[in-house]
Design a protein around this ligand. Structure first.
Ligand SMILES: [Zn+2]
Length: 644
C-alpha cells in the first residue's frame, strides 16, 4: 500500500509538472445546411449551434461575425483601404509616392455593384427555441439574450440566413479574377465570436486576422452536380460524390437530379472553409502513416506545365511531412487540402486557399496548421505568433525540401542552379526576415508587436512586424537559448498548447521551463517596445601578455553576446557573455570551438571588458554574433579584422 501510494504520488507529481495548462475555453458544435444557387451566387443556410459556456461568467449577450458585410461600399474595410491608399511610404525610384494600399483590395469594394457585393442576412434567430432580438453593426451581430447563459451550461442557437457571395476582393468570393475559380468560400457563415479570459472579441472585419472557438463542424452543401468541392474536414459521403474522394477502386453512384449534397465533418477545429469549381482537377496522395493530401486546382489554359507544377506540390507535401512532424509536432487530422482559390495564400483548418502552385506559399500555409490551426492564438493580438512562427517554419521546411531533392536527384542541374541561387541570395536561412526588419527600423514606421493587427498605421509596418519580426523572434531565440533548446521549446509548446489559445506569456513560460532561463525580458523588449539592439567592438589592447576586448552597447535592448575570436594560426575561441536578466547560460552550441563563459553583462553598463589569454598580435578577427542570429541593427561595428 505504501509502495502504491509512493507510485501514485510520483505519477500525480509528474502529471502536474507536465500536464496541459488549466484554462477554460468555450466550445461550439455547428451543424449547417447550405443550398447554393450557382446562377444567382447566393445561398440559403440553416445553422444550429450548440454553444457551451465553460467560463465562470454568466453571459447576457453574444456576438457573431458577419464577415461578408465588409464587401459593401463604404464599409470599414473599404474606408480603411482607401485611407491607407493615401498614405505614402516614401518615393519610388522614378519619384512617385509609394502608397500603402493592399494591392488586392485598393478601392475595389467601392466599385462593387449590388450584384457583386457580399452580404450575410439573418432571417430568423432563436435561442433554445425562443426568438431573440438582434442588432447588426456591419460585420458584427449582437444579440441581447432573453435569458442569460449560465456558467457550465449549453445553449442552442438556431439561425436561418441568406448570403450573397461577393465578387472576390479579399480571401473570399466568386469568380476570382486571378485564378478564375468560381467560389472561394471562407468566412462564409455567421460565426460566433470568441469569449475568453479577456472577454468578448467582437473584432470587426477591417482587414485581417481571425480568432475562433474550438469545436466540431457538420456541414452539408447542396450544389449543382457539375461542381467539385474541397474544404475543411472529412467527406462523409465520398462514395456518392466521387470526384477522386472515393476509396480507390470503389464504384461511385451519384444520386439522380441536378444537385449533389456534399457532407463534411470536421472535429476539433476553429473554422470551416470550402471552395468549388466545375473544372477543378483533383490530385490525391496517401503518405504512409500521414493524412491524405488533396490538391484541387484549375488549369484555365490547359498547359501541361501547370499540371506538372501542381503535381510537384502534391509530391513535395509528402516529402516534407516527416520533417515537419519531427520538428513541429504531429499533424493530427486525417486529411489536408491545397485548394486553388483566394488571393495569394490563406490558411484554414485542414485546408488552404492558394492562388498558385508555388511551393513557398504552399509550405507556409500548411505550416499554419500548426501556428494557427492547432496553436490558435488570437491573431488580432498576436499576429506575429501565427504569421511569424509560420514564416520561421516555412524557411526550415524549404531548406529541408531542397536538400532532399538534391540528394534524391544529384544530377538535376536545373535544381542545383536554383538551389545555389537561393543560397547566394540567402546564405543564412531567415536572413531575409532580418533584412526586412532592418529596413522597417530605418523607415521610422515601426510599431510594437503588441499593436492590434488592424490598428497599425500602415500595412507595411504590420507586414514586417507580423511576418519578419515573428520569424526573427524564434530564430533569435535560438541564439539566446541555443538551437537545440529552441527546437525542444517548439515541440513542448505544441504538446502543451495545441487546440488552445496560447498568448505570448504562455509561449515564453514554456521557453523558460525548457531552457531553465529567465526570458521575460526578451518578451518585454522585443514584443512590447520598438527598442533596438546594437552591440559593437569598442577597443582592444594588450596588458601583461593578454588581450583585453572592450564591447559597447549602443542599442537600448540588451542581449547575450557571442564574440568569436579567430587567431592567426587558424584556431578559434568563443567568448560568451550572458545577459544579466537571463539568470542562466546557453549550452555550448558548437563543440568544435572552445568557449569561455564570462560574468553576465548588466544592461545598465554601456561597456563591458573581457580578457583572452592570447597576445593581441595573435588575433586576426574579432566578431560579435558571427552566426548573425541577433537582430543587431548596426552590424558594421560587429566585426574587426586585424592586419598586423
Ligand atoms: Zn501566413
Amino acid at each position: 500500500m505504501k509502495f502504491f501510494l509512493l507510485v501514485l504520488l510520483v505519477v500525480l507529481f509528474s502529471m502536474s509538472a507536465f500536464s496541459q495548462p488549466e484554462r477554460w475555453q468555450q466550445r461550439v458544435k455547428y451543424a449547417m445546411d447550405v443550398n447554393m444557387d450557382v446562377q444567382k451566387n447566393r445561398f440559403h443556410g440553416k445553422q444550429k449551434l450548440e454553444y457551451t459556456n465553460n467560463s465562470p461568467d454568466t453571459l447576457y449577450r453574444v456576438f457573431y461575425h458577419l464577415y461578408w458585410n465588409a464587401f459593401q461600399p463604404n464599409s470599414m474595410m473599404d474606408n480603411r483601404s482607401r485611407e491607407l491608399g493615401k498614405t505614402s511610404l516614401g518615393k519610388t525610384r522614378d519619384g512617385h509616392d509609394q502608397l500603402d494600399w493592399d494591392g488586392r483590395v485598393k478601392d475595389r469594394i467601392l466599385n462593387l455593384t449590388p450584384e457583386e457585393i457580399g452580404y450575410q442576412k439573418i432571417l430568423s434567430f432563436k435561442m433554445n427555441g425562443v426568438a431573440q432580438n438582434y442588432k447588426i453593426e456591419e460585420t458584427i451581430l449582437e444579440v441581447k439574450l432573453t435569458k442569460p447563459i449560465l456558467p457550465k451550461t449549453t445553449a442552442v442557437f438556431d439561425m436561418d440566413f441568406e448570403a450573397q457571395v461577393p465578387l472576390q476582393v479579399r480571401r473570399s468570393g466568386r469568380d476570382n479574377p486571378q485564378t478564375g475559380v468560381r467560389y472561394s468560400m471562407s468566412q462564409w457563415y455567421p460565426k460566433m465570436c470568441e469569449y475568453d479570459y479577456e472577454g468578448w472579441h467582437p473584432t470587426p472585419y477591417v482587414a485581417r486576422e481571425f480568432y475562433g472557438i474550438w469545436g466540431d463542424y457538420d456541414v452539408k452543401i447542396s450544389i449543382d452536380k457539375t461542381y467539385v468541392l474541397g474544404g475543411t474536414g472529412y467527406l462523409l459521403n465520398a462514395a456518392e460524390v466521387g470526384d477522386g474522394y472515393e476509396t480507390p477502386g470503389t464504384k461511385v453512384v451519384q444520386p439522380a437530379g441536378n444537385l449533389l449534397v456534399w457532407h463534411f465533418s470536421a472535429p476539433n477545429v476553429h473554422d470551416f472553409v470550402w471552395a468549388a469549381d466545375p473544372q477543378y482537377k483533383h490530385l490525391v496522395r496517401y503518405p504512409v502513416g500521414g493524412p491524405v493530401i488533396n490538391v484541387l486546382y484549375k488549369n484555365k489554359s490547359n498547359e501541361p506545365r501547370i499540371d506538372t507544377l501542381w503535381q510537384v506540390l502534391a509530391d513535395a507535401a509528402v516529402t516534407v511531412l516527416p520533417f515537419i512532424e519531427k520538428t513541429f509536432g504531429r499533424y493530427p487530422y486525417k486529411q489536408y487540402s491545397f485548394i486553388h482559390g483566394g488571393d495569394g495564400g490563406m490558411e484554414y483548418p485542414m485546408a488552404t486557399l492558394i492562388s498558385g502552385p508555388g511551393l513557398g506559399t504552399a509550405f507556409h500555409e500548411w505550416m499554419h496548421s500548426w501556428y494557427q490551426g492547432m496553436l490558435g492564438t488570437n491573431e488580432s493580438l498576436y499576429a506575429w505568433m501565427d504569421e511569424g512562427f509560420t514564416s520561421y517554419a516555412t524557411g526550415e521546411v524549404e531548406e529541408y525540401y531542397y536538400d532532399q531533392q538534391l540528394q534524391k536527384t544529384p544530377g538535376n542541374t536545373a535544381l542545383r542552379t536554383y538551389v545555389d541561387k537561393r543560397k547566394q541570395a540567402l546564405p543564412l536561412n531567415h536572413a531575409d526576415a532580418y533584412d526586412s526588419y532592418f529596413a522597417l527600423v530605418k523607415s521610422g514606421l515601426q510599431e510594437p508587436l503588441t499593436t492590434h493587427a488592424d490598428h497599425f498605421n500602415t500595412n507595411y509596418a504590420y507586414g514586417i512586424a507580423a511576418y519578419s519580426m515573428g520569424e526573427i523572434f524564434l530564430d533569435q531565440l535560438g541564439y539566446i537559448v541555443s538551437t537545440e533548446t529552441r527546437n525542444k521549446i517548439l515541440l513542448e509548446y505544441y504538446r502543451l498548447w495545441r487546440f488552445k489559445h496560447p498568448n505570448v506569456a504562455d509561449f515564453v513560460r514554456v521557453a523558460e521551463k525548457v531552457s531553465g532561463m529567465q526570458l521575460d525580458w526578451y518578451k518585454e523588449y522585443w514584443v512590447n517596445t520598438t527598442k533596438t539592439i546594437d552591440y559593437g567592438i569598442d577597443s582592444l589592447w594588450e596588458a601583461g601578455g593578454k588581450t583585453k576586448i572592450r564591447l559597447k552597447m549602443a542599442g537600448k535592448m540588451p542581449m547575450p553576446v557571442d564574440v568569436l575570436m579567430t587567431y592567426k594560426d587558424g584556431s578559434k575561441e568563443l567568448a560568451y557573455i550572458p545577459q544579466y536578466s537571463m539568470f542562466g547560460e546557453k549550452p555550448v552550441e558548437d563543440k568544435n570551438i572552445p568557449r569561455t563563459s564570462f560574468e553576465p553583462w548588466k544592461w545598465t553598463s554601456p561597456t563591458y571588458t573581457f580578457e583572452v589569454s592570447r597576445r593581441l598580435t595573435d588575433l586576426k578577427i574579432v566578431e560579435i554574433d558571427a552566426t548573425q542570429r541577433m537582430a543587431d541593427v548596426n552590424r558594421k561595428n560587429n566585426k574587426l579584422e586585424l592586419n598586423w
